[in-house]
Design a protein around this ligand. Structure first.
Ligand code: PEP
Length: 238
């Protein structure tokens, strides 16, 4: 039986009040598997309060590479950890594209792991790269660069084809499985044993059952469909 992991990336959606309302409903469901939520930083307190008597883990969407300092606007991983966060999201395509993050990702990952935090590290190709048969090359580059200072322990990788994020266009289960198999082989070859690999990109209750049936897909990282308790519950029930 597969050990499944479900992670919700709320991006910059929901207020503290909406966070409370979400969890009041979501916690009434009886769900199995590891479930993570990445709410906006300003909703972390609400999410942590609401979930304190549950198995749900709360993570932060972005951290800086230092514990403290003159870094206006940044989030400290140490502070997030003291608040009760267990996990950090690193390398999401929106951070790579909108905030031009690339080299800094391995520093963020290493720093989070040095504190004992888990990391969900995202990789994925653009449509242009896929159409030019560069998917494996891009995945290799992102894994090599992002994981150069990483440990296998406390690491989860998420394969998120950029063309499928927030577009309603999901990778077919075959496309996703091929990429997951490739990532899994790369991880094993590079001494990262037993690292779960999540699929992300327009996952919905309708496509989740077929995707999760693929041998190398351990679970999902879900954006849009995680904002509604009922729809995320259905995904977590596959
Ligand atoms: C994401 O933000 O990581 C994501 C996969 O979004 P969506 O599910 O909306 O495509």
């Amino acid at each position: 039986m597969k050990h499944k992991i479900f992670a919700a990336n709320w991006k910059m959606y929901k207020t503290p009040q909406q966070t409370q309302e979400f969890f009041k409903k979501f916690l009434s469901y009886d769900l199995k598997g590891d479930i993570f939520f990445f709410p906006p930083a300003l909703c972390l307190s609400s999410a942590l309060d609401e979930t304190k008597n549950s198995n749900i883990q709360i993570g932060i969407q972005n951290i800086y590479t230092k514990a403290e300092g003159a870094f206006t606007g940044e989030n400290s991983a140490r502070t997030a950890q003291e608040m009760g966060c267990s996990t950090v999201l690193v390398g999401h395509s929106e951070r790579r594209t909108l905030f031009h993050e690339s080299e800094i990702l391995s520093e963020k990952l290493q720093y989070a792991q040095s504190l004992g935090l888990k990391v969900v590290f995202c990789v994925g190709e653009t449509l242009e790269q896929r159409e030019n048969n560069q998917t494996e090359k891009i995945l290799t580059e992102q894994l090599q660069s992002g994981l150069r200072k990483a440990q296998a322990q406390n690491l989860i990788v998420a394969y998120e084809p950029v063309w499928a994020i927030g577009t309603g266009k999901t990778a077919t289960s075959q496309q996703a499985e091929e990429a997951h198999r490739f990532i899994s082989q790369w991880l094993e070859k590079n001494n990262f044993q037993n690292v779960p690999i999540l699929y992300g990109g327009s996952v919905k209750p309708e496509n989740a059952p077929e995707l999760i049936s693929q041998p190398h897909i351990s679970g999902f990282l879900v954006g849009g469909a995680s904002l509604d308790p009922e729809s995320f519950k259905k995904i977590c029930s596959v």
